[in-house]
Design a protein around this ligand. Structure first.
Ligand SMILES: NC(=O)c1ccc[n+]([C@@H]2O[C@H](COP(=O)([O-])OP(=O)(O)OC[C@H]3O[C@@H](n4cnc5c(N)ncnc54)[C@H](OP(=O)(O)O)[C@@H]3O)[C@@H](O)[C@H]2O)c1
Length: 221
C-alpha cells in the first residue's frame, strides 16, 4: 500500500513516518510543500532507522506524494488543512482514503482548549475541502508526536477511527494496528470526530499539570 504523509516533515508526520517505516512494509512517501524539504526529512528518517527500516521510504512534493496513494494523511496544522487538501485534490480519487490527525487547539493562561472549526471538527472541515467522492477518516489525533518519535517508547495506546465509509475506515483500522503498540477502535461516524479531537487538549493539560507525565495517550479498559 502507498501511504502519503502530507507535511510529513513536521512533528506528527515524522512520528508516523518513523513508526510506519519501522513496523510495516508499505511504501511511505514523505510529502512537503517543497520537494527538497521532503527529501531531507526522508533522508533523516532513513538514517535514524538504519537497519530497522522495513518500509519503502520515499519523498516528493505533496501533490506528487498523494498521486497514486491508497492512504493520504494530512499532517499539517488545522488552519492549513483546507489549503493542503485543495492543493492535492486533483490527485485524489474515490479509492483514496484521506486521513486527518489534526486538532484545533487554543491556548490561554488556563491551559489548552479544544477550538474546533465551524464545521464541528477538523475532520468535517477536511471532508468539506475534499472532493465529494473521497472518503475521509479521522485517526491518530490522540497520539503524541514525542511518543512516536521516541522509538524506544512502547506505545500501548488506542487510536480511535471515525468515518462514514466502512471500507475506508477498515483500511485505517488495519493500518493503525500494524504499528506496534497501537490498538485501533471504531469510533463511529465522521461526526463523532469532535469528541475524539477534544481529548487531545485534555491530554496536554494533564501532561502540563502533573509531574513526570508527558507524551500521554489514551487506552480504554
Ligand atoms: N504534534 C503532535 O504531537 C500532534 C499529535 C496529534 C495530532 N497532531 C495534529 O497534527 C497536525 C500537525 O501537527 P504538527 O505538530 O506535526 O505540526 P507542525 O510540525 O507545526 O507542521 C507540520 C507540517 O505542516 C506543514 N505546514 C506548515 N505550514 C503550512 C502551511 N501554511 N500550509 C501547508 N502546510 C504547512 C509543514 O510542512 P512543509 O513545510 O514540509 O510543507 C510542517 O512540517 C496538527 O493538525 C495537529 O493538531 C499533532
Amino acid at each position: 500500500m502507498r501511504i502519503a504523509l502530507l507535511g510529513g516533515t513536521g512533528d506528527i508526520g515524522k512520528g508516523l513516518a518513523l513508526r510506519l517505516a519501522r513496523d510495516t512494509a508499505h511504501e511511505v512517501v514523505i510529502g512537503s510543500r517543497k520537494a527538497e524539504k521532503a527529501a531531507a526529512a526522508s533522508e533523516e528518517y532513513v538514517e535514524r532507522l538504519g537497519d530497522d527500516l522495513t518500509a519503502d521510504l520515499a519523498s516528493a512534493a505533496n501533490a506528487e506524494a498523494a498521486s497514486g496513494a491508497d492512504v493520504v494523511v494530512v499532517c499539517v496544522p488545522p488552519y492549513h488543512v483546507s489549503d493542503t487538501v485543495e492543493a492535492v485534490a486533483d490527485e485524489l480519487t474515490g479509492d483514496t482514503v484521506l486521513v486527518t490527525p489534526a486538532v484545533g487547539i487554543d491556548r490561554d493562561d488556563d491551559g489548552f482548549h479544544y477550538d474546533p472549526p465551524s464545521h464541528g471538527s477538523v475532520a468535517e472541515l477536511v471532508a468539506d475541502a475534499a472532493p465529494d467522492e473521497v472518503p475521509v477518516v479521522g485517526a491518530f489525533q490522540n497520539l503524541a508526536a514525542g511518543a512516536l518519535t521516541d522509538l524506544d517508547h512502547e506505545l500501548g495506546f488506542d487510536v480511535i477511527v471515525t468515518g462514514d465509509d466502512d471500507d475506508a475506515k477498515a483500511t485505517v483500522l488495519t493500518l493503525a494496528e500494524e504499528i506496534d503498540g497501537l490498538r485501533a477502535l471504531d469510533g463511529g461516524s465522521l461526526r463523532n470526530s469532535a469528541e475524539v479531537e477534544s481529548m487531545t487538549p485534555l491530554l496536554i493539560n494533564l501532561a502540563m499539570e502533573n509531574d513526570g507525565m508527558h507524551d500521554l495517550g489514551v487506552s480504554f479498559h
